[in-house]
Ligand binder design. Structure first.
Ligand code: GTP
Ligand code: MG
Length: 204
């Protein structure tokens, strides 16, 4: 799929204020600093559409970006960021949970995990939350440029083993990406494209 336009629409913490259009929406979630905002920039081929930072806790709002005037990418705050105050952390959880539970346009969630790490407790908990609420998700491994091919393979196996051990019967769709090396871009965009086409068929 070709990205013709990618435009920032609105930021907020209130799902009632999110765009009203009934077009497919894809959200990026994962621990702080995992590379959500960087991946969005890589997908749309822009450096600064989503704000990134070396320090965790950069994205603090629900950010809607409209792509090709046809669908949304949504950048979200990270979960499990210990540095923010407890009250704020609760707030994050509140409006993030609200977003996932109420946003009808949300077609697929991309749950990001650093390719170098095993799934953390909070990742497994978030997957469980998605599963219990029947919210479809795919797993996107980030920062693949940090490992060589055989290590990537090994890590994918470890991740899969841990996920299945935590109660999942099978693995969801997975992608290996690097925002730095721009790998995995076509795979992700083609996946989104195939879902968009499916949605169009359903609407027709
Ligand atoms: P929050 O908004 O704080 O939740 O973080 P985020 O998940 O949006 O992460 P962000 O995109 O801001 O990136 C965090 C850090 O990781 C930055 O220093 C990025 O440059 C770096 N980073 C992101 N993606 C990659 C990648 O593919 N490879 C490498 N080497 N670094 C990456
Ligand atoms: Mg971010």
């Amino acid at each position: 799929m070709k990205i013709k336009t990618a435009v920032f629409v609105i930021s907020n913490t209130d799902i009632a204020k999110c765009p009203k259009e009934l077009i497919p929406e894809y959200a990026f979630i994962g621990r702080s600093n995992v590379g959500k905002s960087s991946l969005i920039n890589m997908l749309v081929n822009q450096n600064k559409l989503a704000k990134t930072s070396g320090r965790p806790g950069k994205t603090q709002l629900i950010n809607h970006f409209k792509i090709n005037n046809e669908w949304f990418l949504v950048d979200l705050p990270g979960y499990g960021y210990a540095q923010v105050s407890k009250s704020k952390r609760k707030n994050f959880q509140g409006f993030i949970a609200d977003y996932f539970l109420k946003r009808k346009q949300l077609i697929c969630t991309f749950l990001l995990a650093d390719i170098r790490h095993e799934p953390q407790k909070i990742d497994l908990e978030f997957m469980q939350f998605l599963g219990e609420n029947e919210i479809p998700f795919a797993i996107v491994f980030t920062k693949a440029d940090k490992l060589n091919g055989s290590k990537i393979h090994k890590h994918l196996q470890i991740f899969q083993k841990k996920m299945l051990a935590s109660g999942w019967e099978s693995m969801p769709m997975t992608f290996v990406t690097s925002a730095t090396a721009k790998t995995g871009r076509d795979e992700l965009l083609n996946y989104i494209d195939s879902i968009n086409e499916l949605m169009e068929e359903v609407r027709e």
